[in-house]
Design a binder for this molecule. Structure first.
Ligand code: IVH
Length: 671
């Protein structure tokens, strides 16, 4: 009966060809539920009854993707597509008149998921997360009616990971919001948010009640002995045969001209499609060509997303206010009459800076065109000058900070005006700096988002960075909408975040002009915070990629007693950077863990900056091999003082010899 129902599911959801009436299906389903209640041992993992949801979870576990989940590069014009096609052909070194076949698919606006099948049975489903590690949402995914719990066919690979998109059809979205409204529950801004929200529920019985759709389009990890189709287009056919839903609007386009026609066809059909898409994806069809093309950072060279143009709409500026960022920069923001554009209601738009305001001649009460693309902040594109009202008022930069009333300065030659109050005096800057400090790429304090930081400041529990580490669970749980459990989680997360890397710590301090890579360079050059604090301009400009402007900014930062005391207080609270944390940064980050893959090093002599063991550990972390004897296969010998026979052998064999500094350079991603 389980397989009978699974078969009906497939006919209904994948083939769109149901062979029984809905009522008949419901009847069968009901019988199966009763049977399984009576004989629980019959209830297999792939039984369709599991689709109704499981008991709520307290949190999601992490899943690491052994094959990373990639993102896509974007094309916004026909020219971008021609450039993409040229890059593909150049890289493949094909004849000038060669034509590439592209598999073309709509770009579904949902959430990427990875579905793992072992011997044909669905075992784990995960979100994309950062591409290397996602969240285990198996229970929620099980509730999707179109997700096969067991694959069709024989000879199924031991491991088969399939990637695809979970999305909500337009109609399902409308129904959901309708019922949310009736029940006075949260209204979702667009189908994408509704799908994301529904998949990230800890209570899968609620997910079961949401009508989510699935379409698969790519592979993840697959047992090495499995035989896979040789093109993307055939892959989709094969996946369908296995029982997966795939998109119906796919095609194969020979060369960029055909791609253009496909794009235009889908753009035209966009409104009438029953689900939302934000572009089309083109993938080099033959898998062997994909392999040859490879990937750059996190995107394949063999695929591209041709995005639809950003949506625009008209509105009126009611007022212009100035927001103060963490570095004191004042950004003019237009308060708009709410307008629906690009799938959400927009009531604020950035005007960037005063140069932009002047260039576009934007005034309060103007009729304007607003644009929103993807997840970016909406902006004012232009003013409808013909409809400028008499009372339209010029926008003026305030002379004092709207938050702390310190004077505002616009340094010569700069477009940006800044509040001179600094974090000591300006609450807005302090708020911004704290948010930056806690953020994922900085101290990565789990659960400490922008809203909670606002609450902590409001309740006067936190004024500045070190206060975060002095919080106790009772204080936190007394905040509105905070339970005992979340408070305990926050305290635990703060404790865990104290163990970090020097590079993250420097970045987290929010020194002007010092981004992530600058912080990494400073960390690797100085090795500790005390040396950085006292570094002179001359010493600073010696650091890779640190010029006079950044050096000046670092110097000014540490010249301030307030900042020096902040650093001391943070160390006092237990912030530290042990070597073990560096290891966990590398785990799950294939860019780092594969950095030196394929290279073999030999260490000899006395190194200055590391012991040989440390050096070995670090090289291995980055994916290199470390061997004890020099051979022709050795990539390089790393030789410290008093190197002996190995150095001679390396020289005899013509193997490259590296010194301490060169080693430091190799290990830089870890420092
Ligand atoms: S392929 C290596 N195909 O777009 C290939 N992605 O910007 C990676 N998406 O994370 C993805 N429809 O969530 C692919 N037909 C499609 C897609 C698609 C939607 C999403 C997916 C991915 C994002 C990349």
């Amino acid at each position: 009966m389980q397989s009978l129902l699974n078969d009906h599911n497939y006919r209904y959801h994948v083939l769109d060809e149901p062979s029984i009436e809905d009522a008949e299906y419901d009847q069968l389903f009901h019988e199966l539920v009763k049977l399984e209640e009576q004989f629980p041992s019959l209830s297999k993992a792939d039984s369709p009854t599991h689709r109704v949801g499981a008991p709520p979870q307290s949190k999601f576990n992490q899943v690491s993707h052994s094959v990373p989940m990639l993102s896509l590069g974007n094309a916004f014009s026909d020219q971008d597509m021609l450039d993409f096609d040229r890059r593909v052909r150049d890289k493949l070194e094909l004849a000038e008149n060669a034509v590439i076949d592209y598999a073309a698919e709509p770009k579904l606006d949902g959430l990427a998921v990875s579905l793992r099948y072992e011997s044909g049975v669905f075992v784990t489903g995960a979100t994309r997360g950062d591409g290397s590690t996602g969240e285990d949402i198996t229970l929620n995914l099980r509730t999707l009616a179109s997700l096969p719990l067991r694959l069709q066919g024989t000879d199924l690979p031991a491991v088969l990971e399939v990637r695809g998109e979970v999305y909500m059809a337009k109609e399902a979205f409308a129904n959901l919001n309708e019922s949310q409204r009736k029940n006075e529950q949260k209204i979702f801004a667009n189908p994408r948010n509704a799908a994301a929200g529904s998949l990230r529920l800890l209570d899968s019985s609620i997910t079961a009640a949401r009508q989510l759709s699935l379409a698969v389009y790519a592979m993840g990890e697959v047992s090495p002995d499995a035989e896979l189709p040789e093109t993307q287009s055939e892959l989709l056919v094969w996946l369908r045969e296995l029982g997966f839903p795939t998109n119906r609007e796919t095609a194969v386009c020979a060369g960029p001209e055909k791609c253009k026609a496909y794009y235009q066809k889908i753009l035209k059909a966009r409104e009438s499609l029953p689900y939302e898409i934000d572009g089309v994806v083109f993938k080099v069809d033959p898998v062997n060509q994909q392999r040859e093309l490879g990937q750059v950072s996190r995107a394949p060279r063999w695929a591209i997303a041709r995005k639809f143009p950003a949506e625009e709409a008209g509105s009126i500026i009611d007022a212009v206010e100035f927001q103060v960022g963490r570095t004191g920069a004042l950004t003019p923001v237009a308060r708009l009459q709410p307008v629906f554009v690009g799938g959400v209601t927009v009531s604020n738009a950035t005007l960037h800076n005063m140069d932009e305001v002047e260039r576009k001649d934007i005034r309060v009460h103007d009729h304007v065109i607003v644009r929103r693309a993807g997840d970016v902040i909406p902006e004012v594109v232009r003013v409808d000058l013909e409809n400028r009202p008499r009372r339209a008022k010029r926008i003026k930069m305030p002379l004092t900070c709207p938050v702390c009333e310190s004077p505002v300065e616009t340094p010569e030659g700069e477009a940006v005006a800044r509040c001179t109050g600094g974090v000591e005096h300006c609450l807005a800057q302090r708020q911004g700096a704290l948010k930056h400090f806690a953020s994922r790429r900085a101290m990565d304090i789990d659960g400490l988002g922008d809203k909670l930081i606002d609450q902590l400041i409001e309740a006067e529990l936190v004024q500045w960075m070190p206060d975060l580490f002095r919080l106790d669970a009772d204080q936190v749980s007394a905040l509105p909408r905070m339970g005992k459990k979340s408070a305990a989680n926050l305290i635990a997360a703060l404790d865990a975040a104290k163990e970090t890397t020097l590079a993250r710590f420097i970045y987290a301090l929010g020194i002007r002009e010092v981004g992530e890579s600058g912080a990494r360079n400073l960390a690797s050059h100085f090795g500790d915070i005390e040396r950085l604090k006292t570094a002179s301009t001359e010493e600073l400009v010696e650091v890779e990629d640190i010029g006079p402007i950044v050096a000046q900014s670092v110097l000014e930062f540490f010249a301030s007693p307030f900042h020096r005391e902040t650093v001391d207080a943070l160390l006092q609270e237990g912030v530290r950077w042990p070597a073990s944390v560096v290891q966990s940064e590398v785990d799950g980050n294939d860019e780092l863990s594969q950095h030196l893959a394929g290279n073999t090093y030999v260490l000899t002599g006395t190194l200055e900056k590391f012991t040989r063991d440390e050096a070995r550990d670090k090289l291995v972390m980055l994916g290199a091999k470390v061997s004890s004897s020099v051979s022709k296969k050795t990539t390089a010998l790393i030789a410290g003082h008093s190197a002996g026979s190995k150095l001679k052998k390396a020289e005899d064999l013509g193997v490259e010899v590296l010194d301490d500094d060169a080693l430091q350079e190799l290990l830089k991603p870890l420092l």
